[in-house]
Design a protein around this ligand. Sequence first.
Ligand SMILES: Cc1cc2nc3c(=O)[nH]c(=O)nc-3n(C[C@H](O)[C@H](O)[C@H](O)COP(=O)(O)O)c2cc1C
Length: 185
Amino acid sequence: MILFEKEGEMNTEKTLRIAIEKACQLPSKTLVIASTRGVSALKALELLPEGLKLVVVTHHAGFSEPDTQEFDEKVRELLLKRGHHVLTATHALSAGERCLRKRFGGIYPLEIIANTLRMFSEGVKVAVEISIMAADAGLVRTSEWVVACGGSGQGLDSAIVVRPANSSNLFDLKVGEILCMPSAY
Ligand SMILES: Cc1cc2nc3c(=O)[nH]c(=O)nc-3n(C[C@H](O)[C@H](O)[C@H](O)COP(=O)(O)O)c2cc1C
């Protein structure tokens, strides 16, 4: 496992290189990444070898402002044209619970799970979350190991080998390996 000195976007290329190398060794040949603006997705596209399937998961529409998409539409088009997948959907580890917290206070089960995963890193939490979202969209199988990457707000700094699960069975998800993450020391 590689431990980065600090969290953040500067680790994106290294994270992708580590993730791609591992994904190439897995039978699923699948890489799932988070990308909010399209920046990390574009970098992945640049580094991706032939034969690897890429699933890019974005923020849900309206995350920052009602009815708006943060993801660059030109990057979406490019990814789709190259035969990859771009998924924009409800976030698996917050969903409507974020509204309950904001409106009524308190903390609810999905966000407790999310915050527990953040004990590793923001990116590990995101990698787990987007694996569930990709499984719920039918873009990855729950019987196959894939590599998933997340980051800390922008870029990518964490990669895991994961066997996804659907949200209705989310505790069936298994993390096989943490390939890289930022150190908390
Ligand atoms: C579904 C989803 C949930 C995310 N949740 C978080 C989060 O809880 N904490 C965080 O630091 N970043 C979060 N992110 C940001 C990602 O970890 C990553 O840094 C970002 O999507 C990379 O986007 P870029 O292409 O703009 O670099 C999330 C992204 C997505 C798509």
